[in-house]
Design a protein around this ligand. Structure first.
Ligand code: NAD
Ligand code: 022
Ligand code: ZN
Length: 375
């Protein structure tokens, strides 16, 4: 069949809207009509050419929502008409990682996903007879896409596609980092670095978990109002923290008879390795945990004095918020539908596929929290 898609022909060139050829679903695969997709940093990272593993030509996009329109042989958990969210972190429930219960990083189709092909080693996309790569196993910048059954979460049918697509990455990553990775308890003190599309979701995750003090840190003062909207209780602009940001944050979080400061939990949502260090060092001695969510540039390294860890601080990272997609994503959709979490105000821009490049411009300019393309 034919599908309208935004294709990345080569690095650092705008996406082009073309008609692609798409083969139908094979064994264990489904054909999904994508109704909406968010535009996220990793799409930009790959398109810019900064990602050494980026493959071209490719159909990017990993934050979508849509409807199953066809199922290949052997598919048992999905059928035509199901409303779904594609998963760049699949959940096979059968590989050693899924069975371990200790990680969400399913390994069933990991190798082929990274190579931009389906599990059988081939691509369903082509243009003028030339193979086009899949991306993160999702390729949601195409009106129709083929996905492995294990990389699809079935969701309720009354959820609006143009909002819940954000659950395909940003919402789940931010909220999941709080609930699955940090396991924040009621009454906790937390600091969130970077109040963008991820950080704001960390903030609303912290509110959901019942955190008492939620400090937001951002170099952009406009983010103060954004943070407050989702539960932030205090704001710090590092430029106004008097040179020593760690000392400033530790001072703000002093409590107890011993008056030792530091947060129970901190989250890096910037991808800046210096911020990651600050986040670790702003944790409480003995038990503070710092969660790295941001993706750093290629070759970047984190540093700190080992003493920070010897004295009980814990450094962790999280992918897709530690969420098991097929199990957790439908639950997060329900939280949204029940009004427990917000999504609508974070979607600052909506546009047709023809204008998808504007979404990248808005992201560069820091003018959007999230842009969504509606097909
Ligand atoms: P964003 O651009 O919307 O937000 C980043 C925010 O950080 C901005 O508000 C910016 O002003 C602020 N900032 C920049 N430098 C700062 C500094 N030195 N100190 C304090 N604040 C600073 O980006 P986003 O969509 O929120 O994504 C954040 C990061 O999360 C990216 O690196 C992205 O790739 C990553 N991410 C990771 C996962 C995962 O599974 N681990 C999933 C999604 C996104
Ligand atoms: C999503 N991300 C950033 C912004 N939006 C993002 C990027 C990478 C990962 C997660 C989220 C990530 C963390 C760890 C891994 N990835 C490796 C997982 C593994 O090896 O099992 C990651 C993922 C997918 C891909 C590459 C890296 C891919 O499909 N190309 C989950
Ligand atoms: Zn993303």
């Amino acid at each position: 069949m034919k599908t309208r898609a935004a294709i990345a022909f080569e690095k650092s060139r705008p996406l082009e809207i073309v008609e692609l050829d798409l083969e139908g679903p094979k064994q264990g695969e489904v054909l999904v009509e994508v109704k909406a997709t968010g535009i996220c940093h990793t799409d930009e990272f790959t398109l810019s050419g900064a990602d050494p593993e980026g493959l071209f030509p490719a159909v990017l996009g990993h934050e979508g929502a849509g409807i199953v329109v066809d199922a290949g042989p052997g598919v048992t958990s999905l059928r035509k008409g199901d409303h779904v969210i594609p998963l760049y972190t699949p959940e096979c429930r059968n590989c050693p990682s899924c069975l371990s219960r200790k990680t969400n990083l399913c390994t069933a189709i990991r190798a082929t996903q990274g190579q931009g092909v389906m599990p059988d080693g081939t691509s369903r996309f082509s243009y003028e007879g030339r193979m086009v790569h899949h991306y993160m196993g999702t390729s949601t910048f195409s009106n129709y896409t083929v996905l492995p059954e294990i990389a699809v979460a079935k969701i309720r049918e009354d959820a609006p596609f143009d909002k819940v697509c954000y659950i395909g990455c940003g919402v789940t990553t931010g909220i999941g980092a709080v609930i699955n990775t940090a396991k924040v308890e009621a009454g906790a003190t937390a600091i969130v670095f970077g109040l963008g599309g991820i950080g704001l979701n960390v903030i609303q995750g912290l509110r959901l978990a019942g955190a008492d003090m939620i400090i937001g840190v951002d170099v952009n003062d406009d983010k103060k109002a954004w943070g407050e909207r989702f539960g932030m209780t205090h704001f710090v602009n590092p430029k106004e923290a008097g040179g020593d940001l760690v000392a400033h944050l530790v001072n703000m979080t002093k409590r107890g008879a011993d008056q030792i400061g530091g947060a129970d939990y901190t989250f890096d949502c910037t991808g800046n390795v210096d911020v990651m260090r600050t986040a670790l060092e702003a944790c409480h001695r003995g038990w503070g945990q710092s969660i790295i969510i941001g993706v750093a540039g290629v070759g970047q390294e984190v540093r700190t004095r080992p003493f920070q860890l010897v004295t009980g601080r814990v450094w962790k990272g999280t992918a897709f918020g530690g969420a098991r997609g097929r199990t957790d994503v439908p639950r997060i959709v329900a939280w949204y539908m029940d009004g427990k979490i917000a999504i609508d105000p974070m979607i600052t821009h909506t546009m047709p596929l023809e204008r998808i490049n504007e979404a990248f411009d808005l992201m560069h300019a820091g003018k959007s929290i999230r842009s969504v393309v509606v097909y």
